[in-house]
Unconditional design. Structure first.
Length: 490
């Protein structure tokens, strides 16, 4: 099939979070199955600085956005390792900026115009393709306008005549809601500036456009597909999602085994696998030395890697840390985010010798934390999928998570009688339940080493790879192009 993937970011060319990893990994694994995969991205400054060997797909390309015409270039880059073709929309006024969406936690004021332009450019550039597109897979609000442009009276290129659209919701809390004064840029019929169209609480919603007009919806875990149909986690769109539930599927993200594998990871001081966990002790010792902790294998070491934010539960973590750290344990947290929570963690780090907060994004250290810790915490209030808990399982690190979204789908409570399970999850979300879950993990670590190792091995032997997940997208695309939508979990 000819698959056109459209996203605002994809690793390694641009990244702010898990969206980039998912788009990059899924595209490459679809290509491994023999599909012709093309990916459209903005040409950000960070992408330009990579000095890719691009060629010009379209020069002096004029993009019509309602009553406005914007000139840009379309660049093409073929990734040798995967044969995936990347198309970059090069418009310096919109994309040659220090960051992708915001600076100093303040969104760029013209984000609506930037991504309305990006969606229009994507649709209009396909007239230069020498093939007909079978599937257009759009990701998050930044691409939400595309299904509407294709489905309404828009003058679309002939290459999209038979194209089916998939829209993936990575986080419904980010909706692309902007003043209705931007609607004229979309090029959509005026009647769609209404509650039956893009209007959402007197604003224009780009995610709503993707939900309404796409042929099929996916989320990044089965549990999250159910959660976004509820008032608690639907962020005002739950009723609309519920109406569309017959064309909704939750498909878990995978992890890239070539990048996340304790048997080959170049960031680790030594390697290990499920049949040989002894070397993990050396990874722990190495991490303890880096953190200036006493290198004692019997002291439990807890880790966390996250965006430091309310959604991720780190305000709660900061509030309960003093009590937790009064025990004989060590803890390290890596991440950046909310300045207020960062300050709390930094203050605790200065006071407590057994706690380190590292305010940074550090890929090497993130691998070393995952491998070196005994316990890994993911206390998110909600988590559409989550990857770090899957990394932890792969690396033989015991996850403690809130039972939500993909965390609930991937972590199973250990059973001391049967020896099954791979971690501990807590619910409801509260400091008491979180602390209780940590105590359960710590108690197992300290009192039953044989069961502890069995639970770690359970997690390491599970298959969370993209090779396992990509087949679900392959089957979905096949069903859609055969004009019969598959039955889905509701």
């Amino acid at each position: 099939m000819h698959i056109l993937t459209v996203s605002s970011e994809a690793y390694p060319y641009s990244k702010t979070g898990g969206l980039a990893d998912m788009v990059g990994d899924l595209s490459r694994h679809l290509a491994k199955l023999g599909h012709d995969v093309r990916v459209v991205l903005p040409y950000y400054r960070c992408t330009r600085e990579k000095n890719l060997d691009t060629e010009i797909h379209a020069e002096d390309f004029k993009v019509i956005c309602g009553d406005k015409t914007v000139t840009c270039r379309i660049l093409k880059f073929i990734e040798e390792s995967s044969s995936v073709r990347f198309y970059f929309v090069d418009q310096k006024g919109y994309f040659d900026r220090p960051e992708l969406y915001n600076e100093n936690n303040v969104d760029y004021p013209d984000n609506a115009e930037r991504f309305i332009f990006f969606c229009n450019a994507t649709v209009q550039m396909t007239k230069y393709f020498d093939f007909d597109v079978d599937i257009i897979h759009c990701h998050d609000w930044q691409t939400g306008l595309i299904p509407a442009l294709i489905k309404t009276g828009f003058s679309k290129p002939s290459t999209l005549k038979e194209a089916k659209t998939v829209f993936t919701i990575h986080n419904i809390g980010y909706q692309g809601n902007y003043a209705m004064s931007n609607f004229h840029l979309t090029g959509l019929p005026p009647d769609l500036a209404s509650t039956s169209g893009l209007e959402f609480y007197q604003n224009m919603s780009l995610i709503k456009s993707g939900i309404i007009f796409s042929d099929f919806l996916t989320t990044v875990s089965p549990r999250y597909a159910s959660e976004i149909q509820t008032p608690e986690l639907g962020f005002g769109l739950n009723s609309l999602i519920k109406e569309k539930r017959n064309k909704l599927a939750g498909i878990l993200n995978g992890i890239d085994d070539s990048h996340w594998n304790p048997m080959t990871d170049p960031f680790l001081c030594c390697h290990y696998g499920p049949e040989d966990l002894e070397e993990k002790t050396n990874c722990k010792k190495n991490l303890q030395n880096k953190m200036n902790f006493p290198p004692d294998p019997d002291i439990p070491l807890i880790g966390g890697i996250s965006r430091i934010a309310h959604q991720k539960g780190y305000d709660m973590v900061a509030s309960v840390l003093p009590g937790i750290l009064s025990n004989d344990l060590q803890m390290v947290i890596l991440g950046t985010g909310d300045p207020q929570i960062e300050n709390q963690l930094e203050n605790i780090s200065r006071r407590c010798h057994n706690f380190k907060f590292i305010k940074a994004f550090d890929e090497s250290l993130s691998h070393q934390i995952i491998a070196g810790c005994d316990i890994f915490m993911v206390p998110s209030r909600y988590e559409p999928c989550g990857l770090t808990q899957m990394f932890a399982l792969k690396y033989g690190t015991f996850p403690v998570v809130h039972a939500t979204g993909g965390l609930d789908d991937t972590v199973k409570n250990f059973d001391p009688v049967t020896g099954t399970g791979n971690g501990v999850k807590f619910t409801p979300f509260s400091d008491i339940e979180f602390t209780s879950a940590l105590v359960k993990a710590l108690t197992l670590f300290e009192r039953d080493k044989a069961l502890w190792k069995r639970v770690l091995k359970n997690g390491m032997l599970e298959n969370h790879s993209w090779e396992h997940r990509v087949i679900q997208y392959h089957n979905l695309y096949r069903d859609m192009t055969r004009n019969s939508l598959p039955c889905q979990n509701r």
